[in-house]
Design a protein around this ligand. Structure first.
Ligand code: SF4
Length: 359
C-alpha cells in the first residue's frame, strides 16, 4: 500500500493522520475528495450547525516597533497613518456600538507600541469590562503577551494573570504565522519565537484561559513547514485541550515588504480550500474551524463551509489589519447576511459566544 492509499485508509477508519499521510494528500491535490472527508469530520463534531458571533474589533494602535516584513498594518510614530486610541477614544467607540446588549464579544489586538506601558493595555480592558460587563473579551496574541512581559519585567504567567484580572476571557490566536524559526527569521524576525508563542499558549491554558490558534500561510514557508505547524498545534492541544478554534490566514502580500521582496501573488481559492480541508483532517482534536470571511471574501467563506469550517466568525463592526494588506471585503457585516450565507448551503445558523455556547 502506498502512502496515499494508507492516508485514505486512515481517513476512512477515523485513524489519526501523520506527517507523511498529510504530505501525500497535499501532493495528490484531489480537492473534492478532501472536501468530502473534511465535511464528514465537521459534521461528526458539530452536525449541521454553523456558528457566528456578534462582535466588535478594536485595534488600539498601529504604531509598532517590530517592523515585520509581513505586515502592512504597522507604521512609525509621526506617520500620517499612525493612530493610538486613548481611553476616551475607546469609550467613544463603545458608546457608538448599536444594540450593545446583543454584543457577545469584543476582540482587541494591536501592534507593539514603542512607548505605551502594560498599564495602558490593562486599562483599556478594564474600561471595556466596565462599560460592557456582559461581553467576552478576546484579546491580545502571544506576540503581545511576550511584549507585555518584556516591557513590564514580569513573567508571562504574571502578565496573563493580570490580564485575566482585568477582564480578558480568552486569548487571540494570531501571531503564530508558521511556527518555524527559519520562517520567522524572514517574515517577522523581531516577533516572539515559535517556542515563546507555544509557551504563552501553554501557560494560558494552565491558568484556565482558553485561546484560539492560527496559521498564516502562502509566503516563504514550505509545504512540510505548514504540516509541521499543524502537528505542533495538535501536540499542544493533546497536552492542554485549551484551544477553542483554529483559523487559517492566507497571506495578503499587498503593501508589505515581504510581498515585494519575494514577488508574492497571494493565495488562490483552490489552495485556501485545500489547506482548510487538510487542516481539519489533521487537527482531529480541534472542535471548531473558522472561515474568516474578511480574509477569504464572503463567496469563498461560504464555500469553506463545505471544506470543514463550522464558523464564519463575526460581524466585526470594523477591521483594520487585514484591510491594510489589501483585503477587498467589507469591514462589517450584518447578522442577517451571515445567517443567509449559512442557510444557503443547507446548514443551520447558530449565534455563539467566545466559547461556542449558543446565544
Ligand atoms: S505583524 Fe504585529 S508585531 Fe509585526 S509589525 Fe505588524 S503589528 Fe507589529
Amino acid at each position: 500500500m502506498n502512502c496515499l492509499q494508507r492516508a485514505k485508509e486512515k481517513i476512512s477508519s477515523g485513524a489519526r493522520l501523520e506527517r507523511d499521510d498529510i504530505l501525500a494528500l497535499y501532493e495528490d491535490n484531489d480537492l473534492l475528495y478532501l472536501a468530502e472527508a473534511a465535511r464528514h469530520v465537521k459534521e461528526s463534531k458539530t452536525g449541521k450547525k454553523v456558528f457566528y458571533t456578534v462582535n466588535r474589533h478594536i485595534n488600539l494602535t498601529n504604531v509598532c516597533k517590530a517592523n515585520c516584513p509581513l505586515c502592512a498594518y504597522q507604521c512609525k510614530s509621526g506617520s500620517n497613518r499612525a493612530f493610538t486610541l486613548e481611553l476616551d477614544d475607546v469609550a467613544k467607540i463603545l458608546s457608538q456600538v448599536p444594540s450593545p446588549q446583543s454584543l457577545s464579544e469584543i476582540h482587541i489586538v494591536s501592534s507593539l507600541h514603542p512607548t505605551k506601558d502594560f498599564a495602558y493595555y490593562l486599562d483599556a480592558v478594564k474600561l471595556v469590562k466596565k462599560i460592557l460587563p456582559h461581553v467576552g473579551i478576546n484579546a491580545f496574541t502571544p506576540v503581545e503577551v511576550v511584549n507585555f512581559s518584556q516591557i513590564s519585567g514580569q513573567s508571562v504567567a504574571a502578565v496573563l494573570s493580570e490580564l485575566i484580572g482585568a477582564g480578558v476571557t480568552s486569548l487571540a490566536g494570531g501571531g503564530a504565522e508558521i511556527l518555524s524559526d527559519r520562517v520567522r527569521e524572514i517574515i517577522c524576525p523581531k516577533k516572539c519565537s515559535a517556542a515563546q508563542w507555544l509557551e504563552v499558549m501553554r501557560t494560558a491554558h494552565r491558568l484556565g484561559l482558553r485561546t484560539n490558534a492560527s496559521m498564516m500561510f502562502g509566503h516563504v514557508e514550505t509545504i512540510a513547514e505548514r504540516v509541521d505547524h499543524l502537528l505542533t498545534l495538535r501536540k499542544l492541544q493533546d497536552e492542554t485541550g485549551g484551544f477553542v478554534a483554529m483559523m487559517l490566514f492566507p497571506f495578503h502580500p499587498a503593501n508589505t515588504e515581504l510581498g515585494k521582496t519575494f514577488d508574492l501573488r497571494g493565495v488562490g481559492s483552490w489552495e485556501n480550500l485545500k489547506m482548510l480541508a487538510l487542516s481539519r483532517l489533521t487537527l482531529d482534536n480541534f472542535a471548531h474551524f473558522k472561515a474568516f470571511w474578511v480574509m477569504l471574501t464572503l463567496p469563498i467563506a461560504q464555500l469553506a463551509l463545505s471544506f470543514g469550517a463550522d464558523d464564519l466568525d463575526g460581524t466585526l463592526g470594523e477591521e483594520k489589519i487585514i484591510h491594510a494588506a489589501g483585503a477587498k471585503s467589507s469591514t462589517a457585516i450584518t447578522r442577517e447576511t451571515l445567517e443567509k450565507i449559512i442557510s444557503e448551503v443547507g446548514y443551520q445558523p447558530v449565534e455563539r459566544d467566545s466559547f461556542y455556547n449558543e446565544v
